[in-house]
Write a protein of this length. Structure first.
Lengths: 288, 288
């Protein structure tokens, strides 16, 4: 355990404290979930978003603190069910937190914001960071992209035509993502860099390139699209898939199911390239 | 540092993890702060609310994670100023967190919710809890009550008549409370029980009585009212004063400035009494 002065502060959207990792993510009404969502799904995704941050560090979940906006009793009970199911299925436990009434705003209907801090412990030191990719490494992706986008489209634009399973699990992937905790733990000892792709493949790859001071060239044809993905261009710019992006020495094969999607070279000629062409910073995707 | 299985989970609104203490508090628009508040004050109070939880544990602040609802750039910058000022004045540092757009709600104007997880380290083991008060102990209060209530009244009902200092610092006490970190650390080694009174003296005393399985009799005349306090009855039922409530063996004098406000006896005759008369559970104050 690090003494007080050794806390390393913010790195890769998580706080590191010796071998302890703290993540904090939010679920905001109308931003991260639809206002008519099942509260159990909201709770699940809040846990999953945090656990995906831990997965990228190869960490095991320990416990969580929840900032909860109270709703009606039925909504609250359903949220609690989802929370329990998520911890049961993926790990972690509720340690504490704070509840409050919803925001009171003149003319408004209120809005719910849920925040969770998750505490995890690294399984391997040093803890993987997004900043460690090196020229000559290969870039890999565990998991696929495009399912969450397809699920969101199904829910918002073609709701009547789609049941929860009508699009190959895409709706379920959007509502109840599964963080790759086992994969992250298996990869942590060997990767040069690792992060989750929660904000979209292009944006997060550009972040790894910038943090590592390298140039990354993605091979479009190699990027694993989920069978339900609607469009590769959209899938690369949409978040919520919670795949793991990692850099490995070119001669090492990952010990988990993954696709080699790119190559890493010395900085110059653009931080992020797609089939050799630089991707403009304003064409990476959206930021929450 | 505790190993994984030793995390003790929720106790007294904080999570304990070996000698590490995690608190989580929120500032919700229209609930914990007025919609036209200075963002720097909102940030300050968010830090102070968490630090008061640490004070009650005799803990030193280490770092914090912030769940932040983005506003306009000017608001965000002012909030950041207040956050920096609060950490600088009271301790702690920003380690990380998550930002999001404000809730998007049909017909609503959005609402801001800020959540903070604060990490602290206990200065003394065992960590004080609210559950340790014993029959024969004396009950003490460090700090006073009533200033935050007076400040709130000045801000909402008689704004034109009051400047920030017109009511003896009451407005400042409401907007920028000061947690009693040094007092908490000095008291931790000797108290049988300790908690902060953020939710109101009567309510929080009743909670200590219930958690400890004792009866507590408050002496009304002994309760220290802030010079600006408007009304003792209201002051006892209003939160936000962030005083420290603690139980000590009757023959021990506290090493900090404090008032002896009550006596603790075996359970029976009501958990909370005021000058010997039981206080009804529905007359304790308000819960957030």
């Amino acid at each position: 355990m690090a003494r007080s002065g050794e806390a390393r502060g913010l790195a890769d959207d998580v706080a590191l404290f010796g071998d302890i990792i703290l993540t904090h993510d939010q679920m905001v009404e109308g931003v991260h979930y639809l206002p008519d969502a099942d509260p159990a799904d909201v709770a699940w995704k809040l846990v999953a978003r945090n656990l995906s941050d831990l997965a990228a560090k190869g960490a095991e979940p320990l416990g969580a603190l929840l900032g909860y906006t109270l709703s009606d009793p039925q909504w609250d009970a359903r949220f609690a069910d989802g929370l329990a199911a998520a911890f049961d299925a993926m790990g972690g436990a509720l340690w504490g937190g704070d509840t409050s009434r919803a925001p009171q705003i003149a003319g408004g209907t209120g809005g719910r914001v849920f925040g969770m801090t998750m505490v995890g412990r690294a399984s391997h030191l040093p803890i993987p960071a997004r900043s460690g990719a090196r020229a000559g490494d290969a870039l890999w992706l565990a998991g696929s992209i495009g399912a969450a986008h397809a699920g969101f489209v199904a829910l918002t634009q073609d709701r009547d035509a789609c049941g929860p399973h009508a699009t190959g699990g895409a709706v379920n992937a959007f509502l109840r993502p599964t963080p790759l905790l086992a994969e992250g733990a298996a990869l942590a000892p060997i990767v040069h860099a690792m992060m989750d792709v929660s904000d979209g493949l292009l944006l997060d790859t550009a972040r790894m390139a910038a943090a590592s001071g390298v140039s990354i060239n993605l091979s479009r044809a190699a990027i694993p699209l989920h069978p339900a993905a609607i469009d590769a261009d959209a899938a690369m710019r949409w978040g919520d898939d919670y795949a793991l992006l990692f850099a490995l020495p070119a001669d090492i094969a990952p010990p988990v199911s993954a696709h080699r999607i790119g190559d890493i070279s010395a900085a110059g000629g653009g931080a992020l390239l797609l089939d050799g062409h630089a991707v403009a910073p304003d064409n990476l995707g959206w930021e929450h």
